[in-house]
Design a protein around this ligand. Structure first.
Ligand SMILES: Cc1cc2nc3c(=O)[nH]c(=O)nc-3n(C[C@H](O)[C@H](O)[C@H](O)COP(=O)(O)OP(=O)(O)OC[C@H]3O[C@@H](n4cnc5c(N)ncnc54)[C@H](O)[C@@H]3O)c2cc1C
Length: 417
């Protein structure tokens, strides 16, 4: 893969002028940059961190590419990253996910699986008529024995338990999504980072303010100010709402961001000694009766690795406990199902805590009950020179990499138009 392009930095600093500045080097920023550069515009990407990709982040451990953030090409038939991956020489793995299966029905009998899936199907059907509260919990029968299970699923899907989730927002996601999910063998994060490679980029350059009072925008950073005719801001809603970037005249945007907070989702990875009897991508839910349980992919891609994902309440617990405590919890769930001899076969090698990640501050956005319209406010510019993009600006494809990319491309096209 080509090395990442770093902007020429005269006088040891960042360039002081660009036609268009893109703020944030995740999927939205990469999409915006590539669109603008392909149209021949003078662009500069400012990224606060020391790498590209944002919440798409591939690390290499024990020779394995592991995605600490996004891993699935959701809605694959309409996901633009599929074509980008193939054009860039990445391998698209079309094996279907096995989230709906429990390997050997361990700890989750076929009857229980049917009952739990029926409870989820009934909830999805009920979503078509949102309650006046717009709160997802209000669609679940009060005496449902599957409430913890539904909270766990909401945690994986939305990053929050049902009580914090807007039904209108979830319905918009459901209607926009296609139920086909693929993966990138070399890592989704590596793919996203490669898409901006070779373009003018300044890493470790956090934007601290955008002053739109003059003819040109003044983009402030600790490395100096940059004059620009336009900017595309792609930082997460939690970063926007934190006030890390001063944006005079944009209170409505910052307020909308606070109504679309990031939930939590986190990953833990274990290498696996032997275990060849397990099918590639076999799946286990740790405990179908717990809202904090993990979902486990065994021998992901057929590799000697177990991938655990925690969402919502489970990810909150992980981030409270720290990675070692979280790994012990996951090992406990796995060994409870597979047998205690698995403790010797599994070695914790990597994990994420996205809520604590500087310049990100969480997993993915959801609308608070009654606040789904905030996505419209966030994506409607107040000053036509300052556009907002990023997963939370998507009306139906939020919380995804392709949704983020599409908003970045759309913001770039709006400026080009
Ligand atoms: C554990 C987990 C699993 C996930 N799984 C999937 C999945 O399987 N499939 C899927 O499609 N999606 C998944 N997602 C969601 C997906 O990762 C995100 O929706 C998407 O990557 C967001 O891209 P973005 O460009 O909007 O924002 P980001 O990726 O957050 O990019 C914003 C960038 O802005 C930078 N930044 C912040 N502040 C500043 C500043 N002041 N100045 C300059 N730069 C700044 C940040 O460092 C960051 O690089 C997952 C997320 C997590 C956390």
């Amino acid at each position: 893969m080509p090395a990442l392009g770093i902007a020429a930095e005269p006088c040891g600093g960042v360039r002081h002028e660009a036609d268009i500045v893109v703020i944030g080097g995740g999927a939205a920023g990469a999409g915006a940059m590539r669109t603008l550069a392909d149209a021949g515009r003078d662009v500069l990407l400012l990224e606060a961190g020391d790498r590209l990709g944002g919440r798409a982040h591939t690390v290499h451990v024990a020779g394995l590419p592991l995605d600490l953030g996004a891993g699935w090409l959701h809605s694959a038939p309409k996901n633009p990253w599929v074509a980008i991956a193939e054009a860039r020489g990445f391998t698209v793995d079309r094996s279907r996910p096995r989230w709906g299966e429990q390997w050997r029905a361990l700890g989750f009998s076929p009857e229980e699986q049917n009952a739990a899936w029926s409870a989820f199907a009934a909830f999805m059907e009920a979503m078509r008529t949102p309650p006046s509260s717009d709160r997802a919990t209000d669609l679940i029968p009060v005496d449902s024995e599957w409430s913890p299970y539904l909270d766990a699923l909401s945690g994986f899907i939305n990053g929050v338990p049902m009580r914090e989730m807007s039904v209108t927002d979830w319905l918009a996601y459901d209607e926009a999504s296609v139920n086909t999910d693929w993966r990138v063998a070399e890592g989704y994060g590596a793919l996203v980072a490669s898409h901006a490679a070779g373009l003018p980029i300044a890493l470790a350059t956090p934007v601290t303010g955008i002053d739109g009072s003059g003819k040109q925008l003044r983009i402030e950073t600790p490395r100096g100010a940059i004059g620009a005719n336009a900017a595309i801001v792609t930082v997460s809603t939690n970063v926007l709402a934190s006030g890390a970037i001063r944006l005079p005249g944009h209170d409505a945007i910052l307020h909308a961001a606070s109504e679309l907070p990031l939930g939590l989702a986190d990953k833990l990875f274990f290498t696996l000694d032997d275990g060849e009897e397990i099918d590639a991508n076999a799946h286990l839910l740790g405990n179908p009766r717990s809202a904090t349980t993990g979902t486990y992919t065994l021998r992901a891609f057929g590799r000697p690795v177990v991938e655990c994902m925690l969402g919502g309440e489970g990810a909150r617990a992980l981030e409270r406990e720290g990675l070692d405590g979280a790994a012990a919890f996951a090992l406990g769930e796995l060994c409870g199902l597979l047998g205690s001899n698995w403790r010797r076969k599994l070695r914790f090698v990597a994990g994420s805590a996205w809520g604590r990640a500087d310049h990100i501050l969480g997993g993915y956005s959801h609308a608070l009950p009654g606040k789904a319209d905030a996505r419209h406010v966030l994506s409607t510019p107040i000053d036509p020179r300052i556009r907002f993009a990023g997963e939370a600006c998507s009306h139906g494809e939020f919380s995804t990499v392709h949704g983020a990319y599409n908003t970045g491309v759309a913001a770039a096209q709006a400026l080009l138009g």
